[in-house]
Design a protein around this ligand. Structure first.
Ligand code: FAD
Length: 291
């Protein structure tokens, strides 16, 4: 099923993420986590793509397996900055052969040693190529606080508009811990003429280390209120996990109450965390009479 069809519905949508293993030894564990996450019956599941492009086969296997075995539509990610055009073409063929209709088209992070392919500089180039294929539903990434490399938010929004115009059907946000940041971004995006559905990306933080890593990589602001929670509960793993679940659930409840319909949870391959959030935000209750 194409994700645009799901996003057209009046009722809120929940999607959950899985990332593929880096090595074959971890494959069974990841596939089992994917099964448990699929059992939560999300509207769709996204499957990430290893930054260097070397684990694309796992992305395909997991995404195709979820659709085939559990009937949950998938969104397979694809990055380009470390890939040749030929490799991207191969991946597109493999995705198509495996029944994948939805692709999140990304540039990918620049590797630490700066080595990038000569074929791609920005996600918009990949999006144009995928759009020309004609048969994929395409998503892209967006950054409510501005992408970490962008000189400012205005410049980043200008490039986001170019990316959407290149052929995106929807965009998914980077994590944010302060919903006001998201509301402000949505307003600016609409003002800039970006009209495609925006899916709000929520990352449940369950350990201080995860927070440090995620915030450093993305440049996401950590509000004082959330910092205090991590300071207080950080030394107690069980309490920190519960506090992280509650914080993410509160964010989702506030988003839904303010008319945001599409929520993506960065589950970090942790079915229990996703389940904890969905226990606090039971989907049926949050639909508010919508079907
Ligand atoms: P782009 O849209 O190309 O933007 C990158 C930077 O270039 C921005 O600063 C932008 O402002 C700038 N820019 C764009 N166009 C131009 C232009 N014409 N001129 C000058 N500057 C320009 N990474 C993975 O490796 N695998 C994944 O599966 C993955 N999934 C993700 C899912 C989501 C929802 C998000 C938000 C991120 C994900 N990432 C993933 C991380 C992503 O690859 C990085 O954030 C990466 O640094 C940027 O990718 P992009 O597609 O947003 O790039």
């Amino acid at each position: 099923m194409r994700i645009t069809e799901l996003l057209r519905q009046e009722a809120p949508t929940f999607s959950l993420e899985v990332f593929p293993p880096k090595t074959s030894e971890k494959y069974t564990e990841t596939a089992e986590n994917a099964r448990k996450i699929a059992a939560l019956k999300p509207d769709f599941m996204s499957v990430t793509y290893g930054a260097g492009g070397g684990t694309g086969a796992y992305t395909t296997q997991i995404a195709a397996g979820i659709q085939r075995q559990y009937g949950v539509p998938t969104l397979a990610h694809l990055t380009c900055v470390s890939s040749t055009r030929e490799h991207v073409r191969d991946m597109v063929r493999i995705y198509r052969e495996n029944g994948i209709e939805n692709i999140l088209a990304l540039r990918g992070d620049i590797p630490a040693d700066g080595s990038v392919s000569r074929d791609y500089r920005y996600a918009s180039e990949l999006i144009r190529e995928l759009k020309a294929e004609g048969d994929f539903c395409l998503g892209g990434a967006c950054y409510p606080e501005g992408h970490i490399e962008a000189p400012n938010r205005k410049e980043d929004l200008k490039h986001l508009k170019e990316k959407v115009d290149a052929g995106l059907d929807f965009i998914t946000t980077q994590m944010f811990f302060n919903n006001d940041v998201f509301y402000n971004f949505l307003y600016r995006a609409r003002e800039a003429g970006i009209t495609v559905p925006v899916i709000a990306g929520i990352m449940p933080i369950t350990s201080p280390r995860q927070l440090q890593r995620s915030a450093a990589l993305s440049g996401t602001d950590v509000p004082r209120r959330f910092r205090a929670i991590v300071d207080y509960f950080g030394d107690n793993p069980a309490a920190m996990k519960q506090a992280g679940i509650v914080y993410a659930a509160e964010q989702i409840i506030d988003l839904l109450a303010n008319g945001i319909r599409h929520i993506h949870i960065y589950t970090m391959n942790k079915p229990d965390v996703a389940e904890g959030i969905l226990r606090i935000c039971p989907r049926e209750a949050l639909r508010n009479g919508q079907t």
